[in-house]
Design a protein around this ligand. Structure first.
Ligand code: ADP
Length: 482
């Protein structure tokens, strides 16, 4: 009998995406299905998710879930089962999943995602008939109260269901004022340093980290990094105390969606053996962005424009990038000061730097398929997906040596080049000097066509599919269920 796992995520492709969490939650069901796991995904009933369902009957109702009426609807996400929490008071609104259309976080996010987590615990615990699960898998702070509900307030008559908490990014912790505690419906004993209490408030992510049977994060290096103050962001002591319960499982990429030989977004398909065909995609990107057409290196960036992603340092180094013959096409949105700085750089360097502020999935594929190199100068990076897509697409990653970036890119140092195993360029500190030096090295490699094509082909041949990681998650669920 297949093991039944409820994956509780606040976003999942193809229905709703703000970042890498959605790629992972969307890919996991297929990744584990070959390993004896049947995964059902639970998503909040945002408008886009509700639209995907068409007309369906409710399979469960809550008269008041954290104060709002809610229903549970069943559908499909790809080939896999989907459950949707239809709670209009929480989720039927415009804007983004976590913020309004001006980018401000919704003030009631704690209540929206506490309700989501309460529902998840009820469903996994068997309060919803026919739908009991062997394991609950909570993603990030938005789902992290679910393990705490299972531990402290399981559904009446329900079973003790083990849980996994995954940290996709330690920087987002769902920290709330203590005054919300009475509204969560948790017993008094949950208010403890081993429970949800965190620096005098409620730590939603912390609640998951103290309550889940296992903790995972999305790369081995990040799993080690979050044991230190620099990366643990206050939770390093807890991570150290959980010892061997914390494991790093590298994210894979969905090769059905990200494959340059079949990607419908690309003007021209290609494989490691037909790399020259990429030129047509490069020309297309230059045209879309209004960049000069020339044979020099075309750098791309596809990113949230934030401090974490090192975008402030990228800004500083742009004049240098142009000075050494590079061009840049950037897609992203975020910090208004960084957006402003990028517009200024584009105005200083017409034809050399072009910026598209916004979110565009299709364009992101085309940039990977046409750019020569993708820059990912993150200060910390739990896994990072854009460098993996870059590897798969022959868009050579130039990355900071941290987290999943360190785990997935082999630096083109003399030894790796001599051994023929390099896949990209790494730099140490996220500073002007080290980023400029990495750009210099990249441009020098670019002008050695044999060497450059070898980098591209090495990356494209790497296996970053979900095969190994799907098995690792399945093994983890099985160890908990036993
Ligand atoms: P994070 O989740 O921290 O933002 P990841 O690298 O793990 O970073 O995942 C980011 C995902 O979001 C990738 O799939 C990337 O292609 C996508 N992405 C980021 N910004 C944009 C954008 N402006 N337009 C389209 N896709 C984007």
């Amino acid at each position: 009998m297949a093991l039944k796992v409820l994956s509780v995520a606040s976003e999942a492709v193809p229905l709703v995406k703000t970042g890498g969490l959605a790629d992972v939650a969307g890919a996991l069901p297929a990744a584990v299905s070959g390993h004896g796991v049947e995964m059902t995904t639970l998503l909040p009933g945002y408008p886009a998710v509700m639209q995907s369902l068409g007309k369906v009957r409710a399979i469960h109702t809550w008269p008041a879930l954290l104060g709002e009426p809610a229903r549970l609807l069943a559908g499909r996400i790809g080939d896999h089962p989907l459950l949707v929490l239809d709670a209009p008071g929480f989720f039927a609104r415009g804007g983004q999943p976590y913020s309004d259309s001006t980018g401000h976080d919704w003030g009631d996010n704690w209540r929206r995602f506490a309700a989501f987590s309460r529902a998840a615990a009820d469903i996994a615990g068997g309060a919803v008939k026919r739908k009991a699960f062997d394991v609950l898998h909570a993603h990030d702070w938005q789902a992290a109260l679910a393990p705490a509900y299972l531990r402290y307030a399981p559904p009446e008559g329900g079973q003790a269901v083990p849980s996994v908490q995954t940290v996709h990014n330690m920087a987002f912790q769902g920290y709330c004022h203590a005054s919300i505690f009475p509204w969560l419906g948790l017993p008094h004993e949950a208010w403890s340093v081993d429970g949800v209490e965190y620096h005098g408030g409620v730590g939603m992510l912390k609640a998951g980290l103290t309550s889940a049977g296992k903790i995972t994060t999305v790369s081995p290096t990040y799993a080690a990094e979050i044991r230190s103050g620099e990366f643990g962001m206050g939770l390093e002591g807890l991570i150290r105390a959980r010892g061997h319960d914390v494991v790093g499982i590298l994210n894979g990429i969905d090769t059905a969606l990200w494959n340059p030989a079949t990607d419908p977004a690309l003007a021209r398909h290609y494989t490691p053996r037909t790399l020259p065909r990429r030129a047509a995609n490069k020309r297309a990107i230059e045209t879309v962005f209004g960049l000069d057409h020339d044979d020099g290196p075309l750098f791309v960036v596809i990113s949230r424009l934030t401090w974490q992603k090192g975008m402030d340092v990228l800004l500083e180094v742009l004049d240098h990038l142009v000075g050494i013959g590079g061009r840049l096409a950037l897609l992203g949105s975020g910090d208004p000061r960084i957006e402003q700085g990028l517009h200024e750089a584009a105005a200083r360097h017409p034809g050399r730097i072009a910026v598209r502020i916004g979110y565009d999935e299709d364009l992101s594929h085309r940039m990977q398929g046409g750019g020569d190199a993708i820059l990912v100068p993150s200060r910390f990076e739990p896994c990072g997906l854009t460098q993996l897509y870059g590897l798969a697409y022959g868009c050579v990653p130039v990355v900071a040596r941290t987290g999943g970036l360190a785990d997935t890119v082999i630096d083109a140092n003399p030894a790796a080049l001599a051994a023929g195993v390099a896949t990209g360029v790494q730099h140490g500190a996220v500073s002007y000097d080290s980023l400029a030096a990495a750009l210099n090295r990249t441009v020098a490699l670019y002008w050695q066509p044999g060497e450059w094509e070898r980098l591209q082909r090495n990356g494209m041949k790497c296996d970053f599919s979900w095969a190994a990681s799907g098995r690792a998650y399945a093994d983890l669920y099985r160890s908990l269920a036993a």
